[in-house]
Design a protein around this ligand. Structure first.
Ligand code: CDT
Length: 310
């Protein structure tokens, strides 16, 4: 039986502060329909796909930011995504700001199967940025103010004939993210990102270097864990802040096989044969044969680097 999953990555163009959820969902629906018309099995949406990247705005009273959060999923604004997905028989993955019933705030991704059941939930572990206003920055990145670190680890799910994993934006820069999923046999990792084109602390860093970082970490994650990686940007100018595009699909050799060409809403597609993961998983990256965990203790016992004394 073929284990090819036809994956659509639905890059979002910019979403402005004043855009309603309904307006944004209409854009996502358009891309979902395009993916389904192209016989895709799943469509991946970006990080904070329903709103602008609101952590760029400082608010003294955190509670005033709750309007950016979803307290139920599906809810009235997002139900059309679930209804249409069920009608079209396409799965999807969506990232949104989650406010739980017990008042926790997470940057959350769900995996929805072709019958519109939520089969997986992930909450962003690596929150970048800072918790307080920092005037020395050209702009703010307040994820540490508005979200708590995810409490679910890096689970994977068996669905659509394969082993699926999720992570969100900054998580992609950390090899631990991919390795923990790799150790559970992950075959396709889906992630969304909202990444500024420039560095708020280092104006001389070029957009090209930052795009290189973006692709480098996803390509390394794919190769080193012998899995497919799909990365979905929110791109373009949000309220004067430019976000990079570069949405892509990467094969288990770490090669980009599909790449978005615009800074706008754009769907890219690739047939991801999950059996292509097997060769590297059984040879170079046969973890059971080659990993040396007796030497990896520092990775889970220490956060910061401790160089030897001078
Ligand atoms: N959304 C998100 O996690 N963005 C961060 C920006 C940090 S800039 C190094 C990212 O890692 O892309």
């Amino acid at each position: 039986m073929s284990r090819t999953v036809r994956v659509a990555v639905a890059q979002s163009g910019p979403i402005q502060k004043t855009d309603s959820r309904e307006h944004v969902v209409a854009r996502l629906l358009e891309m979902m329909k395009q993916a389904a018309a192209g016989k895709c099995n799943i469509v991946l949406f970006t990080e904070l796909a329903l709103t602008t990247f609101f952590p760029r705005y400082y608010e003294e009273d955190r509670g005033k930011m709750d309007d950016w959060f979803e307290s139920g999923m599906p809810n009235s604004a997002t139900r059309p995504l679930f209804d249409t997905a069920r009608e079209l028989g396409i799965g999807f993955s969506l990232v949104f700001a989650e406010l739980t019933a017990d008042q926790h705030h997470y940057n959350t991704q769900i995996l929805v199967d072709t019958q519109a059941n939520i089969v997986g939930r992930y909450r962003k572990v690596h929150l970048p940025g800072h918790a307080e206003y920092e005037p020395e920055r050209a702009w703010q990145h307040l994820e540490k103010r508005y979200f708590e670190p995810g409490n679910l680890g890096f689970p994977v799910w068996r669905t659509m004939g394969g082993v699926m994993g999720m992570c969100i934006c900054n998580d992609r820069r950390w090899p631990e993210t991919f390795r923990v999923m790799g150790l559970q046999g992950v075959e396709l990792v889906m992630l969304g990102y909202n990444t500024p084109t420039l560095n708020s602390m280092k104006p001389e860093e070029t957009a090209a270097t930052r795009m290189h970082h973006n692709h480098l970490c996803m390509q390394a994650g794919a190769y080193q864990n012998a899995c497919w990686v799909a990365g979905c940007a929110k791109a373009g100018d949000e309220d004067g802040h430019d976000l990079m595009a570069g949405s892509c699909i990467i094969n288990p050799d770490g090669e980009i096989v599909a790449l978005a060409q615009s800074n706008e809403d754009e769907v890219i597609v690739h047939d991801c044969d999950l059996d292509e993961c097997a060769f590297l998983k059984k040879t170079t990256f046969d973890f059971d044969a080659h990993r040396r965990i007796e030497h990896y203790g520092l990775i889970s016992s220490q956060t910061g680097a401790v160089p030897p004394p001078e």
